[in-house]
Design a protein around this ligand. Sequence first.
Ligand SMILES: Nc1ncnc2c1ncn2[C@@H]1O[C@H](COP(=O)(O)OP(=O)(O)OP(=O)(O)O)[C@@H](O)[C@H]1O
Length: 605
Amino acid sequence: MSLLDALLRQGALRPVDHALAQSLRRLGREVDDADDRVLVAAALASSAIAQGHAGLDLSRPQVACDANVEWPDATQWREALAASRWVASPSRDDASVQAPLVLEGDLLYLRRYREYERRLASHLRRIASAQPAEGDVSALAPLFAALFPGARESDRQARAAALALLRSLLLVTGGPGTGKTTTIARVLLLLIAQSALEGRPAPRIALAAPTGRAAERMAESLRAAIARLRDVPGVDAAWCDALPTSASTLHRLLGTIPDSPRFRHDADHPLPFDAIVVDEASMVDLPLMCKLVEAVPDGARLILLGDRDQLPSVEAGDVLAAITDAAGEGDALPAQVARALSPLLGEVPQREDDGVLAGHRVQLQRGYRQAQSLQLAPLADALRTGDAAHAITLLREGLAGVRFHEDVSDPLAGASRDALLAPWRAAMALHDPAEALRQAQTLRLLTALREGPQGAAALNQRIEDALAGVQRDPYFHGRLLLVTENSYRHGLFNGDIGVVQRDATGVPVAWFAGPDGVRGFHPASLPAHTGAFAMTVHKAQGSEFDTVWLLLPKQDARTLSRELLYTGVTRARRELHVCASDVVLQAALARHAQRVSGLAGRLRD
Ligand SMILES: Nc1ncnc2c1ncn2[C@@H]1O[C@H](COP(=O)(O)OP(=O)(O)OP(=O)(O)O)[C@@H](O)[C@H]1O
């Protein structure tokens, strides 16, 4: 049996991957080029995209496909591909490729994804190598010192802000509550003050995030940060007034064109902004990040905020991780940059300027948000670093606000059932949509899986049965909804959460938060949606809840990883419940949500 047939028989390929291989086989017969290894590689390069990889790594095919087969030897496989007419082996920056597949080293790409990577790398280099026009930062020194009193004691937030003045491309990475938004509010204030001091118009600033919920949270945090800035001595109220207070989704920022994968803003029609700040950058996939950087005008700043330890984007990507890998830790600065920033930062450790992204990243380390009642940081650290023994000890010994329900596989049965349902029952008693939406954010049951008895779909069903009865109306008062596709017509986006309320006449209305208060829709007119009492950790990215119940499956599953656990627990603000066995925790923490990508290599060269 051919390898292609074996993979198909094991269910390791989707019909679309197989169809690609079949069409190459048909064409290949005509021209005597139908090597099974080439067809298999083509099918796997296609299926790899669906799993979030940019392409197929010939030296590690099992990363994209866990079938039980004997894989070809990587060297011979590469040679067979290099000899095929369907495969181009261009130089890294060659933009003239026509073949459907592209081989670079051990990486085999579908041409389109190799193009996304090539264009993304080239535009990141363009942005990174541009120098902002304003060179001298000394005039800002008094304001800088007022904003960052610890600037000379290696405060990372101060480092990030100072770098933002000098760099067109900056990555600010850090876990939840490390002050990314606070720092950005200060950066933007400094840019506005700089323009004012130099008699220039205030910079045009855009704030964006990959989902509507993340954009809302970003705007909320920024408004809170601006309110605090008004009390800092030396800060002019007019500068605060010039700060942006709303954020949009990336799709809205770039301007979707109905039925087209393209956006209104692109390299030929760049965004009309001087500074573009993108939050939750770990959720941005390769095609979208490519289109974003292409639309960044020459001379504008791009600031990416995110947590690289979180799950990567669902679609092909892990772009933030690749960029941060290429940029290094950022604990030391290239000598020239360190000198230019010394009026603000004093002495800063220096490093060789070794690559186009060196000195373009700062990792914030200290957490500030920690509620007294929730001692999350040690657990989050153990999960992030995959230290299973320590994580299990912490869970068993107890941390404030954290409950370990060891070996519990059904939190809807037994003692925890009422505790779980109580906040949703409380939301059902409310008649004000804004209040009900607020209450809806207080608790979430997060799962690793979507399907199966411990998947989000089945759990939602059971929660809805418990709340409204088996014979319920599908849109019962208090039902939580999760939008699962982007709809520009509605202004509703994948990941948006709504709540159903019955009006005085009993008609159901689904309410969602919007930029100017709540907005109501008739349920029948909504874009695709599901229940939202339980949701996957993937869908919860970019959101936070007062109380999180994290349920792991009874058995290990490929979707489990340290990134999934870290993302899940860091959604909790006040209280965290973990339902899992030690065996599954250990298996999950031994796995990385790794993604195959050539981006870091392209950015390092
Ligand atoms: N240097 C600081 N000193 C004191 N408090 C701070 C400092 N930086 C941030 N905080 C506080 O920590 C909290 C979290 O800050 P912020 O929202 O900026 O973090 P974040 O990294 O953007 O979080 P998230 O990733 O969850 O959005 C805020 O209440 C903020 O006031």
